[in-house]
Design a protein around this ligand. Structure first.
Ligand code: 73E
Length: 825
């Protein structure tokens, strides 16, 4: 929304000639160069701004429509966004690719050559950040008035390289060459305080209103990126905050006496807040700077939300009618206390009214079950960094525990369990509890996840407030992950279904069900997959030097490296295949290419060693002429959204093998199934719902379910007993222990073996036999090409449910209660 009613002045035309004229003009006046002397980056930036201008037009009309309608807005608060490359998306969404191709050809450049300059903003770690991007895409597509708020990290998720097979992290300086998709909005900057003291308000008899005098202030400078909807005029925005030192930070006195470094001390400290994304996925990292980041995001965003509210509204009674804030996991949960502080301390709203408004405003999405991922912050840290917020937390907790005591008289145990404060040697604030207490709705991200949340992690809360709990199964945008990633399959689908309506109504893929029985369609389907595999093989060869056979079964495991996801189990299977081939080189084997992709958190040593082992196994496999005839292992470095878009369309088999009960949902599983990969998976997260929909016959299920895994753990799990009872498992583990993947050095991978035989926290050994047997079933199924193709088609046909459009509709109906606003062309 702009400050005033925008006066529309459309400046871009909508013909090829207009586009070409704008391109040349932008090259000349914006980039300051000519066709004759333009470089690749000149071409890219010029194309980007020319496409972007088309979106600006729509954005101006969206802002005007929103201003006129004064609707209820969704504000999505997330510490992470993985938006992916923007150029192709925006060409598709503005329908300008059809002009760009001939114009580029005329000028002797290819779109592909320009696209290498399109840097992916890596402002997230994995599924949680990509989900945020998919939801924003779907909100815009469904004309939902929405703004995403995040942090403009100067360095995004690290770039992964391999040195001697080991992960080496390099900084991701993503804006080095400039970001053409971003608009700075310096007028909307905000001031954020930290540290300092609080003072009582002598005029406030309740003692609940206070005055905070921060000890340090930092400026938040916003910029935004456009988030277009597909097939509609709506363009929403994502607003990203960057930390800047406030003007007084430069110490001129020190500079004057030659203390040049000390003079900028405060500037460096302030700007460090948005310097780097924490490269952590699913584990908590207790660091002061991270808490500073969280509060920085929240403080800037809430002030901006209030600013926007006040453009068309006044008074606080109506605030929660116009504003709904979705908290993406606990990372922005300090917002609950910040809104209370703003209302009570700064705007003079009484505590009870403020609490009603706050609770009505917020909703919380939980993305995990892992206890180590549940954020808690030391009380002492909060007292120092955010003294007023800590007082507010105590007050919220006080009133909340009164409610608990009223519900369970005499039960101090439940009070202790539910308290926002965790008692112990070091008292800590439980952010998930604060989130539930301060929200109207709480949701899990897949059916099993929501059920386990209500039964375990948040059990007491679900018992007290059952009406707050919802399940909203994740989804993925079919635009990026089918239409853009897999243009060949998209064309085939459109031909089969008659039009492109499936792109915004993904359940229409069901129409492919009958085509699965048509041999000609199956042949065409196979042909698309093969072409995708040829292309991927070429890209993989360029990045790894290993040539993969496009006719081999493409078996892919692409996700963050984490013990619960069980890359170690996949590796045991690979080593078992190696051992079998060695034992009987003459037998026939289904040729496979196993592709790994993913990063490990830089401090996660066990998983970094596993990455090293994957690379070592790959070396042995690919250079042994006997084994390499049947098996290849490839691990292209630096898996990200861009690479996902290459790999997913070429996959035959999708590895979703987490220990049941650990993966909240997964979204890679949906992207792969939607692109016709068959899943080998456990009954975990959204795998269950995928299998329910594609049918048990079209899904390779193995392993313990969540109750079985819990029962085995209770009974005292001993990985060694599984090791001893299974010859092939023993051989696989012993092969690692023997030093076979470290030139005979037994010490290098000894910790991997110890982890497996010692604790095996995620019970990979217990599921090994079922997994390997299931892989044999996969190999058998692969040999029946027609049947495999049918299964593949049915996976695509039946995965329409997993569109993030459906996810957003469910959020709208169950939680947000927002209505779309149509934007006129
Ligand atoms: O199962 C995925 C889920 O599909 C889950 O592990 C992931 O969120 C995805 C989207 O719902 C997730 N990421 C984090 N927690 N859950 C996380 C935790 C701390 C830092 C960064 C990410």
């Amino acid at each position: 929304m702009t400050e005033a009613r925008p006066r529309l002045r459309r400046t871009v035309g909508d013909s090829l000639e207009d586009f070409e004229r704008d391109l040349i003009s932008n090259l000349y006046y914006q980039r300051g160069t000519t066709i004759e002397s333009a470089s690749g980056p000149d071409g890219y930036h010029t194309l980007a701004v020319t496409v972007r201008d088309r979106l600006v037009d729509r954005y101006a009309r969206t802002a005007a429509a929103h201003y006129a309608a004064n609707p209820r807005f969704v504000y999505y608060l997330s510490a992470e966004y993985l938006l992916g490359r923007q150029l192709r998306q925006n060409l598709l969404y503005t329908d300008t690719e059809r002009w760009v191709r001939p114009i580029a050809e005329d000028l002797g450049v290819s779109l592909e050559a320009l696209e290498v300059y399109d840097v992916e903003p890596g402002l997230g770690n994995g599924g949680l950040g990509r989900l945020a991007a998919c939801l924003l895409d779907s909100m815009a597509t469904l004309d939902i008035p929405a703004v995403g708020y995040g942090i403009r990290y100067e360095f995004g998720i690290f770039k992964q390289t391999f040195r001697d097979g080991q992960q080496v992290e390099r900084p991701d300086d993503w804006t080095f060459y400039g970001n053409p998709w971003e608009f700075p909005a310096p007028d909307d900057r905000q001031l954020v305080g930290f540290y300092g003291t609080t003072k009582a308000d002598p005029k406030d008899p309740t003692g609940l209103k206070k005055h905070w005098v921060p000890g340090e202030t930092v400026r938040g400078e916003p910029s935004h990126m456009l988030v277009p909807g597909y097939g509609t005029q709506t363009v929403n925005i994502i607003r990203l905050w960057q930390a800047r030192a406030s003007r007084e930070s430069f110490d001129l006195a020190r500079f004057g006496v030659g203390q040049y470094v000390e003079a900028v001390d405060d500037i460096v400290k302030a700007e460090n807040i948005s310097k780097v994304l924490y490269p952590d996925d699913s584990t908590e990292l207790g660091r002061e700077l991270r808490l500073k980041q969280q509060y920085f995001l929240v403080a800037c965003s809430l002030r901006d939300i209030i600013r926007r509210y006040r453009l068309r509204n006044s008074g606080w009674e109506g605030f929660a009618d116009k504003v709904v804030i979705q908290l993406n996991d606990t990372h922005p949960v300090v917002a609950v206390t910040e809104l209370m502080r703003l209302l009570v301390d700064e705007h003079g709203v009484g505590w009870d009214e403020a609490w009603t408004i706050t609770r009505r405003t917020f909703n919380y999405t939980c993305h995990t079950l892992l206890p180590e991922a549940l954020e808690t912050w030391p009380v002492r840290l909060l007292e120092r960094l955010l003294p007023r917020h800590m007082e507010i937390i105590y007050a919220i907790n006080h009133f909340f525990l009164e409610e608990v005591r009223a519900a369970y008289p005499g039960d101090e145990d439940v009070v202790r369990r539910m308290s926002v404060i965790q008692e112990g040697d070091e008292r800590r604030v439980r952010m998930a509890h604060l989130a539930v207490v301060g929200s109207t709705a709480v949701n899990g991200v897949a059916e099993l996840h929501t059920k386990l949340l209500a039964e375990t992690t948040l059990h007491d809360f679900a018992a007290l407030w059952p009406e707050r709990f919802h399940n909203i199964t994740n989804g993925v945008t079919p635009r990026r992950f089918l239409r853009m990633a897999n243009p060949r399959l998209s064309t085939l689908i459109t031909e089969a279904l008659g039009d492109e309506g499936w792109l915004t109504d993904l359940e229409r893929l069901h129409g492919l069900g009958t085509a699965a029985d048509d041999p000609a369609f199956r042949a065409a389907w196979r042909d698309v997959k093969r072409q995708n595999k040829v292309e991927l093989a070429a890209a993989v060869e360029r990045s790894t030097g290993v040539l993969a056979d496009p006719d081999a079964l493409a078996d892919v495991m692409i996700k963050r490296f984490h013990e619960y996801k069980r890359q170690q189990l996949k590796l045991l299977h690979v080593i078992t295949m190696v051992n079998r081939i060695r034992a009987d080189p003459q037998a026939t084997y289904v040729p496979r290419t196993v592709l790994f992709g993913g990063k490990a958190a830089p401090g996660y040593h066990a998983m970094k060693l596993l990455i090293q082992l994957v690379n070592a196994v790959a070396d042995v496999v690919n250079t042994d002429p006997v084994i390499a005839r049947h098996l290849r292992v490839v691990f292209p470095p630096d898996y990200n959204v861009t690479k996902a878009q290459f790999v997913i369309p070429a996959a035959d088999l999708s590895e979703q093998i987490s220990l049941a009960g650990k993966e909240a949902s997964g979204t890679g599983n949906m992207k792969l199934a939607l692109n016709g990969a068959l899943t080998i998976g456990t009954l975990d997260g959204a795998n269950i719902e995928i299998r329910d929909r594609v049918g048990a016959d079209n899904f390779f299920l193995f392993g313990m379910d969540a109750p079985a895994a819990a029962a085995l753990r209770r009974s005292g799990y001993s990985p060694r007993s599984f090791y001893e009872a299974d010859f092939e498992l023993r051989l696989a583990v012993d092969t690692i222990a023997s030093g076979a993947f470290a030139k005979g050095d037994r010490s290098v991978f000894a910790p991997v073996v110890e982890a497996m035989l010692g604790r095996d926290e995620y019970m990979a050994l217990a599921d090994y036999r079922a997994y390997v047997d299931c892989q044999d079933t996969v190999a058998d199924a692969w040999t029946d090409t027609e049947r495999w193709t049918r299964m593949s088609i049915l996976n695509t046909a039946r995965c329409g449910f997993f569109s993030s459009d459906r996810t957003v509709r469910e959020y709208c109906e169950q939680i947000w209660k927002v209505d779309p606003v149509r934007v006129n062309p």
